[in-house]
Design a protein around this ligand. Structure first.
Ligand code: GLN
Length: 481
């Protein structure tokens, strides 16, 4: 069901299929299951077919770009000229973008096709894609379960075979966790590796664009196109983007140094996931790689620090949606005061989880509480960053679970915010410290659902993350199915 971009591309370049045929195959899958999965909220069928004809012409002339054959869905928070962007919120009701995000511009210039707009949790806040104005997105393999979140529609659209790549965003785990739940590779590159220009903001110091695909190489091919400095985003890294694909084709045989923190494998982690990762570690050692025990005590505070910092930034970023400057405006009469318009528009426009975060964020930033919460969380963040800097002096890759469980049942956590937040326990520290992190599939749980392992490398070291990812893919394929 899941198709790989590079395999599709290979078949196209070898003349075994055509791009219009691939788009028709995608549209047939959308037609058969999207009404239930609810992964895509807009499908650009005619546009995709027309572009497929055009790019097919380029393939035949040998002039196609490096993403010819890529069929993308875009999380509902990327600006895509003349297409809707709503961040799954009523507050952006019917908003249409007037420009392309840098990542959209780059994939289109490389001859990718955008098939549709993907469901998500409102403004990226959630871990199950149940908080959406479009209704929940379901796991394509089991509609009783969630696909993960917040980029649930992105993951589900690839897992259901509608697309072979998808762009999402990861502020605290929103690419890695749904990738693990849906059996995909999901990359959160280091902070600033990819431009955020044209991305509807959640928490700007944590937001990263991320990519979903069937394999590590598929995701690497995508990153090679979308990464790099952008004058529109001053936080983008200036370091050159390596030719990932070339490096992956000619791997060096240097052993990698892995770091594992035993305290991450204690209580709270599902036992199948634990055992699978333990066998993976044994297999890694067998191949001659080093595995070191590491200790990262500051990470135990990452959940608290994240939910203070992310909500503080969200309360500020979302202040612009007031019904006057931007966003949905509630019905009003001639007597309505400005404050009434703001209050009514925001009360009607935002969903319950977003309101909870705005209230929390406003509280932690308020006079009298600022130092106790926001100031303290900033200090914790610095400690977590320092811990990673020290660990990456000794090891190349930190290996840990992506999520404590497999895809959970719909409705199971939606009324219990703390249980929902706890699902992010393994992913948040990477955003707080800005490092690279990726989830790679490691086979099936005894409940039949996919499981993932998380690989983390230093800032700007996406290449090493890909190399470790290819190693895991090979071990899983050869020894652990
Ligand atoms: N689940 C986390 C949250 O709700 C992370 C979301 C994200 O990465 N966008 O904040």
């Amino acid at each position: 069901m899941i198709s790989s971009f590079l395999s599709d591309r290979h078949a196209l370049l070898a003349g075994k299929t055509t791009l219009p045929e691939l788009i028709k195959r995608s549209l047939a899958s959308v037609e058969s299951t999207n009404h239930e999965v609810n992964a895509l909220i807009d499908v650009y069928a005619d546009e995709a077919l027309a572009r497929a004809e055009q790019i097919q012409g380029k393939i035949e002339k040998g002039q196609a770009g490096s993403l010819a054959g890529a069929i993308f869905s875009l999380k509902d928070l990327f600006a895509h000229k003349d297409h809707r962007l709503q961040s799954a919120s009523k507050i952006l009701d019917s908003f249409t973008s007037i420009y392309d995000a840098t990542v959209v511009e780059r994939i289109l210039a490389a001859d990718a096709i955008i098939l549709g707009r993907a469901n998500q949790d409102e403004f990226g806040m959630g871990s199950s894609n149940e908080y959406s104005v479009y209704g929940p997105c379901k796991h394509p393999e089991d509609p009783q379960r969630v696909p993960g979140g917040s980029s649930g529609g992105s993951a589900a659209s690839v897992a259901a075979g509608y697309c072979n790549l998808s762009l999402g965003s990861d502020t605290g785990g929103s690419v890695r966790q749904p990738a693990a739940f849906c059996g995909l590779v999901g990359l959160k590159p280091s902070y600033g590796r990819i431009s955020r220009y044209g991305l509807a903001a959640y928490a700007s110091s944590l937001d990263t664009v991320g990519c979903f695909g069937a394999t590590v190489a598929d995701v690497a091919a995508c990153l090679e196109v979308i990464a790099g400095q952008d004058p529109h985003d001053m936080t983008t890294q200036s370091s050159a983007v390596p030719a990932y694909m070339e490096h992956l084709e000619h791997p060096d045989s240097e052993p990698l140094r892995f770091g594992v923190n035993p305290s991450w494998f204690m209580e709270g982690l599902d036992s199948d996931i634990k055992h699978r990762i333990e066998s993976l570690i044994v297999a890694i050692k067998d191949l001659g790689h080093e595995v070191h025990e590491i200790s990262m005590p500051a990470q135990s505070a990452s959940l608290s620090a994240y939910y203070v910092l992310a909500t503080a930034e969200a309360s500020s970023n979302l202040a612009r949606y007031d019904g006057i400057h931007a966003g949905y405006r509630a019905e009003q009469d001639d007597q309505s005061s400005l404050e009434e318009i703001y209050t009514k528009s925001r009360s009607e426009g935002f969903g319950p989880e977003v309101k909870r975060r705005i209230l929390l964020g406003t509280y932690v930033l308020s006079k009298g509480y600022y130092d106790a919460y926001y100031g303290k969380a900033q200090k914790v963040r610095r400690l977590i960053q320092r811990e990673y800097e020290e660990v990456f002096q000794k090891v190349d890759v930190v290996l840990l679970p992506t999520a404590p469980t497999t895809a959970f049942k719909s409705g199971e956590k939606v009324d219990d915010p703390l249980a929902m937040y706890l699902n992010d326990v393994y992913t948040l520290a990477a955003n707080l410290s800005g490092i690279t992190a990726m989830s790679v599939p490691i086979g099936r749980h005894s409940n039949g659902m996919p499981m993932g392992v998380q690989l983390q490398t230093a800032v700007s070291d996406e290449l090493r993350c890909f190399q470790a990812g290819v190693l895991v893919e090979t071990l899983v394929k050869e020894r652990m199915q």
